[in-house]
Design a protein around this ligand. Sequence first.
Ligand SMILES: NCc1[nH]cc(CCC(=O)O)c1CC(=O)O
Ligand SMILES: [Zn+2]
Ligand SMILES: [Zn+2]
Length: 316
Amino acid sequence: MLMYPIFITDDPDAEIEIKSLPGQKRWGINKLEGFLRPLVEKGLRSVILFGVPVELEKDECGTHADSDVTPVVQALKLLTKLFPKLLLAADVCLCEYTNHGHCGSKPDVFTPIPNHANGAPHLDPSASAKRIGEVALAYAKAGAHLVAPSDMMDGRIKSIKTMLIEHGYANRCGVMSYSAKFASGLYGPFREAAGSAPMAGDRKCYQLPPFAKGLARRAINRDVLEGADILMVKPGLPYLDIIQDCATLQPDHPTAVYQVSGEFAMIHAGAEKGVYDLRLMAEETVGSFLRAGASIILTYFTPDFLDWLDQEPLPN
Ligand SMILES: NCc1[nH]cc(CCC(=O)O)c1CC(=O)O
Ligand SMILES: [Zn+2]
Ligand SMILES: [Zn+2]
């Protein structure tokens, strides 16, 4: 049930530490086998890939999200061959590939919109959903078993599912939707790792407001109607009620939870300060997701769990 998020960059020989995410790195394609083989031998079953283009040019519509030279497409092709039993998920978003750093197309970030918070961008929902659908199809063609749209544009699940069906990938690639993704303060280390912070404005226009329980429940149900196969709640710890809601609203769909970069960094920081033991707190938080009803957990602690699960339980 553990899925490991990994960052893949466009320098093939890169192995670059991410300061804000202890132990995590940006990997080049040539380093992936050496990095993943020992983990697969220890029992790693699934990964989710994030692309980090550094050299590739960013543009308005995120051309390199699905170009042949983009690191995620190359990594999917390679990992399919290297590890035929590893489940490959691919995050689908535009923010890593666009020059404006937003998750959709055509943001009008510089025009203030009446009645919007300062700097809220206005994105074109249908252009965005279409573009996201193209990117998802490219990842399915490259070998993704699951595509995971994290952009939060309206209509994207339907667009992706339609693309997959029309091109014959309906029963080869599933859709794991970031259904209840909140505009959280916990994404900072990820945005550093992926180089995906918005150039102007913020993501409040398309991610859910942290207090919006009803909107989250509606988004979960809407994604099911649009064809999602797995539903995700993100972040984890501050949203345990939403995990429980998701699991009870849609008992026939697996509920996934993303223990995000800020949660991981926070647990590490507290452990370094001597507030608690790292392993105990990792186990307690992941245990709370299971208790709330999740059955799939995306966590940067996955490699640690591969060791911890073989060790004696800790006293506490
Ligand atoms: N759409 C991009 C994306 N996909 C996953 C995360 C966050 C993951 C993490 O913090 O670990 C983000 C960042 C964001 O929305 O700003
Ligand atoms: Zn994004
Ligand atoms: Zn808006």
